[in-house]
Design a protein around this ligand. Sequence first.
Ligand SMILES: C[S@@+](CC[C@H](N)C(=O)[O-])C[C@H]1O[C@@H](n2cnc3c(N)ncnc32)[C@H](O)[C@@H]1O
Length: 219
Amino acid sequence: MDDERLIADGLAGRLEPDTPEFERFVDITARRPSGDAGAAHYRDPQEHEESFAIALDALQLTREDRYVELCFGGGQVLERALATVPSAAGIDHSPDMLALARSRNAEALAAGRLELAEGDVHELPWPAAAFTCAACLNAFFFIERPRDFLAEVRRVLAPGGRFVLVTARSAADASAGPWNAALRRYEPAVLRALLLEAGFAEATVEQDAAGPQVAVAHA
Ligand SMILES: C[S@@+](CC[C@H](N)C(=O)[O-])C[C@H]1O[C@@H](n2cnc3c(N)ncnc32)[C@H](O)[C@@H]1O
């Protein structure tokens, strides 16, 4: 099946979860976006705007911050953060997202204010305490080893550093559409415990009747 047809079938909910076709649909559209459709979508992912606003509001960035974004996708939030912070970094394992984020943030890259890495967020390529704040938006539900990932985020944050995580609500909901079956979901208390176990000094995890789950933690 070619990718165009696969995406059409996936979006229409015609693919059976746990089949190779479904897994490929999830990969190319969200878990490791690729190809023209991936680039076109993540150039302006309107449905993520709410989470972008939540993250920036929670972090309240200042000129003293060093910001890192895990799973940056199209790089919109990096661009917005760089309007305030002098320097930032990010990591994503999709070469096509890296290209998109690079072109969006070309000026900051050329000025040496931004470092973008292609890689897996289970192992971060930065030294301990390299950043004062971090965000991971619309991606934690794909992370296979949340304990390792959260410990890495904690490691690269300086003492007092803050972390905002915006992810799927604990129960399946219609807003996740055809991706529902691919998402890892956590009860708020479980995610809070994972953050504390990873070494964060404090953490709150909230979700209301609608909208995403939002965790804010301090190193
Ligand atoms: C649904 S997209 C969200 C992108 C962006 N954060 C946003 O909100 O628009 C998920 C992103 O996470 C990245 N990703 C998923 N698992 C990853 C992993 N283990 N390591 C690095 N990047 C990962 C994907 O490549 C993709 O860019």
